[in-house]
Design a protein around this ligand. Structure first.
Ligand SMILES: [Cu+2]
Length: 339
């Protein structure tokens, strides 16, 4: 804020020349300017006079100060403008001297500060939307691509197709409704988008959590299988073992009948030539699935085009041992003849 001392006085027409001469009142006030420039808080001085060629001349002297303390300090010590004018009292119209302390309500500098703030605000508003909207759309698109792919993978098969179709219809219906109500308030559109984003995020988190669980379960299964001791053990006289190639198709084993010598250690080299996920589980000598003497393909799940192995030792006694694919246990079965 700005503080101003305003001094008003009138010089009578007949004394104007005297006031204007060298070392006169006006010259002394000019000189006072040098003193003012050394004062702390001093800003500016302005001396104006009324424009009239006849009659008394009104003179206005203003000194501007940055704060009221500086103004008061100036007023209460000498030299100051009011004291200088009083020394030349004879030149003045009697009773015309007035000294006023004023406070600026509005100044160009204060307007400038406000305008700069407004401009800054406008620039902020101008920049935010053009940056925020594309970023938001990009984030949403990435969420759709990443999140939906996770969800579809986790659901798999017909469920994913049904979900995709349902969502496509949902998007069409909502878009149709919004396009047909041009007066739809912003919060409604924002709410629909927000809900969609929330549902997507929820689905993504659900899919990621499920994926981790099934991975963990798979690892546990794998671990158990490798720890399971192979029953029987190698018998020196037990015929040739080695590798036996088995191809899995949709949904069958080829060959479905395998013959091995009693006590032979064999490795089944399994290839999934089909497109569906399969596996191979050998029931073992007890003839039952999901018991301790089972041998299961490693890895347990064999996607289409992948390979797996089973290290297995045939029992010493001759007999028939069955095997199956856990995913297609009715059609995808076979037997190992031990002789
Ligand atoms: Cu199968």
């Amino acid at each position: 804020m700005e503080y101003i001392q305003t001094i008003l006085f009138q010089i009578s027409a007949s004394r104007l020349d005297e006031a204007s001469q060298a070392a006169g009142l006006l010259a002394e006030l000019d000189e006072h300017r040098r003193f003012l420039k050394g004062q702390s808080g001093f800003r500016d001085i302005r001396i104006t006079r009324s424009i009239n060629n006849e009659g008394n001349v009104l003179v206005v002297l203003e000194t501007q100060w940055t704060d009221d303390t500086s103004l008061v300090r100036y007023e209460t010590a000498e030299p100051n403008a009011a004291a200088i004018i009083r020394k030349h009292e004879g030149l003045l119209v009697a009773g015309s001297l007035q000294v006023l302390d004023m406070e600026a309500l509005r100044t160009e500098t204060s307007f400038k500060a406000e305008e700069a703030e407004e401009k800054e605000h406008a620039a902020y508003a101008r920049l935010t939307l053009p940056i925020a909207i594309p970023l938001g759309i990009l984030a949403f698109a990435l969420l759709v691509i990443y999140g939906l792919s996770r969800v579809y993978l986790e659901i798999g098969g017909d469920g994913a197709v049904a979900l995709a179709a349902g969502m496509a219809i949902g998007v069409l219906v909502v878009s149709f409704a919004l396009a047909n109500s041009p007066k739809a308030p912003g919060w409604l559109i924002g709410g629909v988008v927000g809900l969609a984003a929330l549902a997507l995020m929820g689905g993504t988190i659900w899919a990621l959590a499920n994926e981790d669980e099934s991975k963990a379960a798979e690892q546990v299964n794998g671990g158990q299988e490798t720890e399971t001791p192979t029953p029987g053990g190698e018998t020196p006289g037990g015929g040739t073992g080695g590798g036996i190639a088995v191809t899995m198709g949709d949904n069958k084993f080829d060959p479905a009948k395998i013959t091995v010598s009693a006590g032979a250690a064999v490795t089944l080299n399994i290839t999934n030539g089909g497109t569906a996920i399969h596996n191979m589980r050998i029931a073992g000598p007890d003839g039952n699935y999901n018991t301790d003497d089972d041998a299961v393909s490693d890895p347990n799940l064999v996607p289409g085009g992948s390979e797996a192995t089973i290290g297995w030792t045939a029992p010493d006694a001759a007999g028939e041992i069955k095997f199956q694919c856990d995913f297609h246990p009715t059609e995808m079965v076979g037997t190992i003849t031990v002789q």
